[in-house]
Design a protein around this ligand. Structure first.
Ligand SMILES: Cc1cc2nc3c(=O)[nH]c(=O)nc-3n(C[C@H](O)[C@H](O)[C@H](O)COP(=O)(O)OP(=O)(O)OC[C@H]3O[C@@H](n4cnc5c(N)ncnc54)[C@H](O)[C@@H]3O)c2cc1C
Length: 318
């Protein structure tokens, strides 16, 4: 698979990542922005964003984010849909791994937000990486001809379940509620011949043995009955409120609350790595703050990569 080199690689295409990309691109730094899904970040799911300065108060978060992303791309950002599953931050060049390829840069920015969650289903943590996964694009091909379950109801769950239909013999889709009648994407998924939809259902238990997952227990909320399904893979897509740092391992320092430790320039404890937006887990989780973090990091990165003594401002003074 290809290895792509850039000056800056940014993980996460929310307001923090898009703003950082806009600024680094304008500073003539070759910038790659990796985003697992533009529809699932905190701003993307915000129905209406009435307090972002200068935009129509009726605007949806998704529309505002599309503007930010388009602006970064217009200035030269290479935006790619890709889920980062690990990074190596040792040495001058940082390496970022995704199912779509490997990326290398001297500056790495992490901006994956705080909609993560701890493994909370029974058996989830125990079988993580041994049948439990959060990335169908990464792991789907391992389940050719096998039965898998997808847990969750957001856009990511639906898209990832669609990916799995290409490999698995049966995709069991578990949702806590019924999809609304006008949910076209859900309808298309359920219409797939190898999808079995378990509506109003809860995942109760993931079980397995030394070889990995062997099955799950599912409870139907309407009639309180429980059923066992002999799946070998369980793909979980639920949102929480924990900084998404799993792909970092223990390579950068985290605070006790899980947020990434940064200095005034958004630099982490590792030289050449910055963290911006909700991943810092501050009390000020707002789109405008995330965008400001992105601007600060970008200007600090320009100084770092070009060995400048001072910050170069991004405006035209006439
Ligand atoms: C329901 C809700 C309503 C809100 N309302 C408001 C409001 O009205 N006004 C306001 O100012 N703020 C609001 N906020 C807060 C605001 O949306 C966040 O502070 C802001 O979006 C944080 O930006 P971010 O870029 O750090 O993260 P996010 O917006 O969460 O973006 C993170 C991005 O990273 C991507 N990502 C995650 N993991 C990976 C990975 N492994 N590889 C690649 N990409 C990855 C995600 O797909 C996503 O695109 C709201 C938040 C929520 C949840």
């Amino acid at each position: 698979m290809d290895t792509i080199e850039a000056d800056v690689v940014i993980v996460g295409g929310g307001p923090a990542g898009c703003t950082c990309a806009l600024y680094t691109s304008r500073a003539d730094l070759k910038t790659v922005l990796l985003d697992k899904n533009p529809a699932v970040g905190a701003l993307a799911i915000t129905h209406q964003i009435a307090n972002y300065p200068g935009v129509d108060s009726e605007m949806s978060g998704e529309a505002l984010l599309a503007l930010m992303r388009d602006q970064a791309v217009t200035y030269g950002t290479d935006y790619r849909r890709a889920q980062v599953f690990s990074v190596d931050v040792n040495g001058e060049w940082k390496t970022v791994y995704t199912p779509e390829g490997t990326f290398k840069a001297r500056a790495l920015v992490v901006a994956s937000g705080a909609l993560g969650r701890p493994a909370s289903f029974k058996g989830e943590a125990e079988y993580l990486g041994r049948g439990v996964s959060y990335c169908a694009t990464c792991d789907g091909a391992f389940y050719k001809g096998r039965e898998v379950a997808v847990v969750g109801f957001n856009k990511e769950a639906i898209e990832e379940a669609q990916v799995l239909t290409k490999f698995a013999s049966t995709v069991h889709w578990l949702t806590a509620n019924d999809p609304s009648a006008d949910d076209q994407e859900a309808k298309e998924l359920i219409a797939q011949p190898n999808v079995k939809h378990w509506s109003r259902s809860r995942l109760m238990l993931i079980e397995g043995d030394d070889g990995g997952v062997t099955g799950i227990n599912v409870k139907n909320r309407s009639n309180d009955t429980e059923e066992s399904l002999a799946v070998e893979g369980v793909f979980v897509y639920m949102s929480g409120s924990k900084p998404i740092t799993d792909f970092l391992g223990d390579q950068v320092a985290l605070k006790e609350d899980g947020g990434v430790v940064v200095d005034d320039f958004m630099a982490t404890t590792v030289d050449g790595v910055w963290a911006i937006g909700d991943i810092r887990n501050t009390a000020f989780k707002q789109a405008v703050v995330a965008a400001a973090d992105g601007c600060i990091a970008a200007m600090a990165i320009d100084r770092y990569l070009n060995s400048r003594k001072s910050i170069r401002v991004d405006w035209v003074h006439q």
